[in-house]
Design a protein around this ligand. Structure first.
Ligand SMILES: [Zn+2]
Ligand SMILES: [Zn+2]
Length: 492
């Protein structure tokens, strides 16, 4: 406090005065300490600090005087406990309270039951935990309070605290939903060209939020210019008092990595919400012809009819891991597993038929189960080569979901904002990583090509026409390679 250029006599005089300190609620509330001359913003802040002190130290403080200008706290713990904090308003014009008398010594002992540890206090201190775990059981909650503050509270108290916290959280949620429209406008303003759509139901003249769709301009552009025409779609649950789901659409980038396209926070996942999402998506991406697009999904509820509705001609692949999980429920065994995957990986129809025949011989029931599934949903042999993508799994969506898993525990605005942040950071990171590539293609693609080069050493090409070759594989199989069309009859 002392100025550098002040006279020494003045400094000496100042040192004799008790050094005052301002109480900062944000920092000091964790463990309030009191000093003579200490200043408090107002009476409420002072009393809160005293109550917190009472709980932390396990002393039965009591406000002997408590009016507009004075607060006097004494300790009721022992017969003659000398503890005392007396504070009063600095002057009539300001709210600030200052400690005038102080005795911090206690002759009493600690107690575990304190009246200041009431439901409101419990709610204030534990609301973030309650928010994270709305199903917290009362006994565990009591234990947590005891462990953190060495205070015993009753079941009724924690029950009330939980109720208070829930009401607070829901209040926040309602406010957040109300601010959603502002958020949408802001997003469109800062990312010109992005699509943000909110769907509401009108109930008695009031708009009730149903879902929000976000497709950022960078995602739209990047996907259309740099990704293959393959879209993975998935849904994951949103937690909180208004349960909903996040629907996501991702593409495959040049390095077989994920490229986020658009996302929706919806009240429920069904055919209706999928149709809404997909219609907006195809409009955004300017998709006219379903034939040139493929979707990959985990076969979510309502998704199949939705895709059939909006883009009837698009290819729809089901994640094979998902298919296998269903298959496994009734058909166990490693042999069958390998057979299913071999059939999924087969790239030509005769090859696929051969794999299916093997399964038929091994287990007729398993074959019956699998043959009922439309093959164009799950095996490479029936996928079209025009998408230049042989993905069998929906793991890109899964990694996107895993990345936003923390976001979905939050309320809607926070959730939307953290997804947007993730998308932004991911793009920036990918761009930076691109600069470090050692080849003109991505490292994952490079690996695939290297592997194929090794495989090529087992093939013998013979010129069969203009840029056409007949290729014989050393272990059997003849294929036609057309360099002009960049194709091979093995369809790999
Ligand atoms: Zn005491
Ligand atoms: Zn080939």
């Amino acid at each position: 406090m002392e100025g550098d250029n002040e006279g020494t006599s003045k400094v000496r005089r100042k040192k004799k005065l008790p050094r005052f300190k301002q109480y900062r609620r944000a920092v000091d509330l964790k463990n309030p300490e009191f000093r003579l001359g200490m200043q408090f913003e107002n009476r409420q802040v002072l009393k809160e600090a005293l109550r917190e002190y009472s709980i932390i130290h396990g002393r039965k403080l009591f406000f002997e005087k408590n009016d507009k200008t004075r607060v006097k706290a004494i300790c009721n713990g022992g017969l003659k406990c000398p503890f005392l904090v007396y504070a009063s308003q600095i002057n009539q014009d300001v709210q600030t309270f200052v400690i005038k008398k102080l005795s911090l010594e206690h002759t009493c002992g600690r107690v575990e039951k304190l009246k200041f540890a009431n439901p409101k206090w419990i709610c204030d201190r534990f609301s973030s935990k309650i928010k994270r775990n709305t199903y917290w059981n009362l006994k565990a909650f009591q234990g947590e309070v005891l462990e953190s503050y060495h205070v015993r509270v009753s079941k009724t108290q924690v029950y009330r605290a939980k109720k208070l916290a829930k009401a607070q959280i829901e209040g926040n949620y309602i406010q957040q939903y109300a601010r959603l429209w502002d958020y949408a406008e802001q997003l469109k303003k800062t990312n010109k060209g992005s699509t943000v759509k909110i769907k509401c139901d009108m109930v008695g003249g009031e708009a009730i939020f149903k879902r929000i769709y976000v497709c950022l301009v960078a995602c739209k552009k990047g996907f259309l210019e740099g990704c293959r025409p393959v879209i993975g779609v998935d849904a994951c649950h949103l937690k909180g008092p208004y349960p909903g789901q996040i629907l996501t659409a991702v593409g495959v980038n040049g390095n077989n990595g994920l490229f986020p396209i658009a996302y929706v926070v919806a009240e429920i996942v069904n055919k209706d919400s999928w149709i809404w999402f997909l219609s907006l998506l195809i409009e955004d991406l300017g998709i006219r012809n379903g034939l040139s697009w493929a979707f990959i999904s985990d076969k979510q509820k309502g998704l199949i009819p939705a895709i059939a509705h909006v883009l009837p001609t698009a290819e729809h692949r089901m994640c094979v891991r998902h298919l296998y999980n269903n298959f496994r429920a009734t058909h166990v065994g490693l042999t069958l597993k390998h057979m299913l995957w071999a059939a999924a990986r087969a790239t030509t129809i005769p090859w696929w038929e051969a794999e299916m025949d093997k399964m038929k011989e091994e287990d007729l029931e398993a074959w019956k189960w699998l043959v009922q599934r439309p093959p164009n949903n799950w095996t490479r042999s029936h996928f079209h080569t025009r998408y230049k993508c042989d993905l069998l799994l929906n793991n890109l969506c899964e990694s996107f979901n895993a990345a936003i898993i923390d976001a979905r525990d939050n309320s809607i605005l926070t959730c939307l904002e953290s997804i947007r942040m993730y998308v932004m950071l991911r793009m920036a990171n990918r761009r930076a990583a691109c600069g470090k590539w050692k080849h003109p293609i991505g490292p994952r693609i490079f690996k695939i090509i290297e592997k194929n080069k090794m495989g090529a050493s087992q093939c013998i090409p013979r010129l069969a026409g203009d840029k056409m070759y007949q290729v014989s594989h050393m272990y059997g199989g003849e294929f036609v390679v057309d360099l002009a069309a960049m194709s091979c009859s093995c369809r790999r």
